[in-house]
Design a protein around this ligand. Structure first.
Ligand SMILES: [Zn+2]
Length: 361
């Protein structure tokens, strides 16, 4: 039950780049109640409770500028267009299929956007928020209806308000000095060594490779140089990973793994981060552990620990080994099989790394 509540408060929307073809056969009225793009560039939405949203981004072409859209269940009555200002060309509300509602934000051609950093956050059970841009010049609010209107009689209300701030913090990745840092990310295992195998055959190598690649993208966007010890399913022993890192002038080394429990016990879940020596390694481990816990509500904190793993013992820079959950655990495995959760973990790891670099570097 606790997990269910936490999940609701910590709802982040999955972010798709492809159109999902599933269409609900139920043609109820639109779940979109109100929307606004505020002067700070945040899109805010109010929906019916427990609505599932799907959000998409598409790069512009000769016909359209860059577009961001959100699909809601339920059919819109009156399709319409609203003129934009600042970086926004136009807002369109339409029904892409019978029984659906689509809100499209089309940007002007010259707008520079960073959709990879976008995260839709559930503020409470019927409100959503996503930062689309940082206005350079004055941007006039556009919207329809009251996005801030709260549902009465929601006991979790006070709790949501308390959570709201921390949810919002999560949208921001810290800034660090550009082109100053080099980070080695080591996706564990690979090739003939799949690492841990979990519930339903989920493989550690697949999970950690995807997470690592997203971490690389996110850090690169922040001006941090990143090298991966492996980019695909290759067999890579531990010594070459270490010598590779030691031959670069890397500031830090982060090895990403997922766990398995002895006897594949489904009741064992949790996250842990290891370092081998030094306050730097310990600080890096702490920052990462803190962030990955935030995106894994209900999964136990197994702590920051000293560990004698080869890759962190033999690398010469501050080094940590992150275990992002148990592939054999009921709670963790269900999450780790989803790309949406892998993205959250990658975001959290990137955030922990940036916090560390900002403080120590
Ligand atoms: Zn492993």
């Amino acid at each position: 039950m606790k997990e269910f509540l936490d999940n609701k408060l910590f709802r982040y929307l999955s972010f798709f780049l492809f159109l999902n073809s599933a269409v609900l056969p139920v043609y109820s009225s639109s779940a979109l109640a109100a929307w606004a793009i505020k002067t700070n560039g945040d899109l805010e939405l109010r929906t019916k409770s427990n609505t599932n949203l799907e959000a998409y981004f598409q790069k512009g072409n000769q016909i359209y500028g860059d577009r961001f859209w959100v699909d809601f269940p339920g059919e819109l009555k009156n399709p319409r267009k609203i003129k934009g200002n600042g970086p926004i060309k136009e807002i369109r509300l339409g029904k892409p299929n019978k029984g659906k509602t689509r809100l499209v934000v089309e940007f002007k051609e010259e707008t520079y956007l960073r959709p990879l950093t976008w995260r839709m956050v559930g503020v409470d059970e019927n409100r959503w928020k996503i930062k689309l841009f940082n206005p350079k010049n004055k941007f006039k609010k556009i919207g329809e209806g009251l996005v801030d209107k709260r549902r009465q009689n929601v006991r979790a209300n006070q709790k949501s308000i308390n959570k709201k701030k921390s949810n919002y913090d999560y949208l921001k990745l810290p800034e660090v000095k550009q082109n100053k840092f080099l980070v080695v990310i080591d996706p564990g295992h690979g090739g003939p060594d799949p690492g841990a195998i979990g519930i339903g055959g989920i493989r550690e190598t697949d999970v950690v490779l995807e997470v690592s690649k997203i971490v690389k993208d996110l850090l690169s966007e922040k001006g941090v140089k990143v090298v991966l010890t492996r980019k695909n399913e290759v067999d890579l022993d531990l010594p070459p990973r270490v010598s590779f890192a030691n031959n670069t002038d890397a500031d830090i080394f982060v090895s990403i793994h997922a766990n398995a429990s002895r006897g594949k016990r489904r009741d064992i879940n949790g996250l842990e981060t290891f370092y081998y020596r030094g306050w730097r390694g310990r600080l890096l481990a702490k920052r990462i552990q803190q962030q990955i816990l935030r995106v894994s509500p209900g999964s136990p904190d197994r702590g920051v620990k000293q560990g004698r793993f080869y890759v962190i013992k033999n690398t010469k820079m501050p080094a940590v080994l992150v275990e992002v959950g148990f592939l054999t655990g009921r709670l963790d495995a269900r999450r780790l099989e989803k790309t949406t959760h892998r993205k959250r973990l990658a975001y959290a790891i990137a955030k922990g790394i940036l916090e560390y670099l900002d403080k120590v570097g």
